[in-house]
Design a protein around this ligand. Structure first.
Ligand SMILES: Cc1ncc(COP(=O)(O)O)c(C=O)c1O
Length: 402
């Protein structure tokens, strides 16, 4: 019996599937727990700045939704997503260089669900997927569940090194190429235009789809804007997009933009996951975006995050030892730090927490191990003063342990 007469649960008797027992809980969630202790300056999460959430506009939009759609806003709705919202997102993509129609769009409960649908649709146990190194930890989690194996490709300041992609594609025949091409989580690196073209050409030659996970593409605050992989690669690419970073993650609304002939597979997979995405929030976002409120809001975010990035980069430059290197992102929420190879960011984290500052160490972003000397810093969720103070404390820690 999984439960005895005393109501004690015998976990070993529950026959939970072994691959589920083996799944690791997200290290970031664990670190967030520690770093949310009072007084800790946290660069660990990937949280947008809460003071910028457009509460008044959301209140207005919610009223409009209830007045306009009434009970329909609270009813079940179709798996593919509200036609109005899909049409609007297709139009937005078209205006930005990716000709799209509503039939290209699948509404999802955030980008993370897109990863889950991709994993379900593509991965049989033991299949290879090709990712950047390092890569987004949530993607590793989603792919792990389906028992993927990983081939990884190193990056330089222009993104994935294409020769390595070619070599590994030929050797391992991965099911798809997974990239976060804009202001990557965790490194902040953006794939250059040249590399985008090379990657698309390679994917076409080898008939491998590209999954471009793109939560941050709209948050560019310096450098020249680049065409998305989707706009270059067309049907070669499935783009995963989300309102989490450009509006509010709690709404749990994102979208996929992919080839019309493929989308019904994601739709089927989504149907057995959750029937459909939250109807109310889809209407809410539709009204918000349709009223022209999204783009000015993104401008506000860019201004705020740019200033925070600048403070972080300046403080890093002023305080960190010269042996330490870091990226300088042109957008997004993160930058990436490399300590000398003999140092372990994981081992140093408890000491950082003692100093009341937190980061996410880099090893979980490395699906095949490694990256011990690396860590990720988030700048969107801190104040300017917090950034200066927290980075200075980290600098003291690294100087003492170098
Ligand atoms: C690269 C990447 N993909 C997906 C997600 C998941 O985002 P969402 O809140 O849309 O599920 C994140 C969130 O941090 C991310 O950085």
């Amino acid at each position: 019996m999984p439960v005895d007469q005393n109501n004690k649960v015998h976990t070993e008797m529950w026959n939970i599937a072994p691959h589920v027992v083996e799944l690791k809980s997200s290290i970031i969630r664990d670190i967030l727990k520690i770093s949310s202790q009072p007084g800790v300056i946290s660069f660990a999460g990937g949280l947008p700045a809460p003071e910028l959430f457009p509460l008044d506009d959301m209140k207005w939009a919610m009223g409009k939704v209830i007045d306009t759609y009434g009970p329909a806003a609270l009813q079940y709705s179709i798996t593919r997503g509200l036609n109005e919202l899909r049409g609007l997102l297709a139009q937005r993509a078209t205006e930005r260089g990716t000709p799209s129609e509503a039939d290209n769009i699948q509404i999802i409960a955030g980008g993370q669900q897109g990863l889950e649908l991709v994993a379900r649709a593509f991965i049989d146990p033991g299949d290879y997927v090709l990712t950047e190194l390092p890569t987004y930890v949530g993607a590793i989690q989603a792919f792990d569940y389906y028992r993927a194996r990983y081939v990884t490709v190193e990056m330089d300041e222009e993104g994935m090194i294409i020769d390595q992609v070619r070599e590994k594609v030929e050797k391992y025949h991965p099911k798809f190429i997974y990239t976060v091409s804009n202001f990557q989580n965790p490194t902040g690196i953006t794939m250059s235009l040249n590399r985008r073209h090379q990657l698309i050409e390679l994917a076409k030659n080898y008939h491998i789809p590209i999954i471009d996970d793109n939560p941050y593409g709209d948050i560019r605050f310096s450098g020249d804007s680049l065409p998305t992989l989707k706009s270059i690669g067309g049907n070669e690419v499935v783009a995963l997009r989300t309102f989490s970073k450009i509006l509010a993650p709690g709404l749990r609304i994102g979208w996929m933009n992919g080839p019309k002939d493929i989308m019904h597979h994601f739709e089927k997979v989504k149907q057995c996951t959750d029937l459909h995405t939250n109807t109310l929030c889809q209407y809410l976002i539709y009204e918000y975006v349709n009223a022209g409120k999204l783009e000015p809001h993104i401008e506000l975010l860019k201004k705020d995050y740019r200033a925070k990035r600048d403070v972080m980069l300046k403080t890093l430059k002023e305080t960190f030892p010269s042996e330490v290197n870091w990226t300088e992102p042109d957008g997004g929420l993160f930058l990436w730090v490399e300590l000398p190879t003999h140092m372990s960011a994981k081992d140093l984290l408890p000491k950082a927490i003692e100093k009341k500052v937190a980061y996410v160490y880099g090893s979980p972003f490395h699906p095949n191990g490694g990256g011990d000397n690396t860590f990720r810093l988030n700048y969107s969720n801190a104040t300017h003063e917090g950034i200066v103070e927290g980075i200075t404390r980290l600098a003291d820690l690294f100087k003492a342990n170098i």
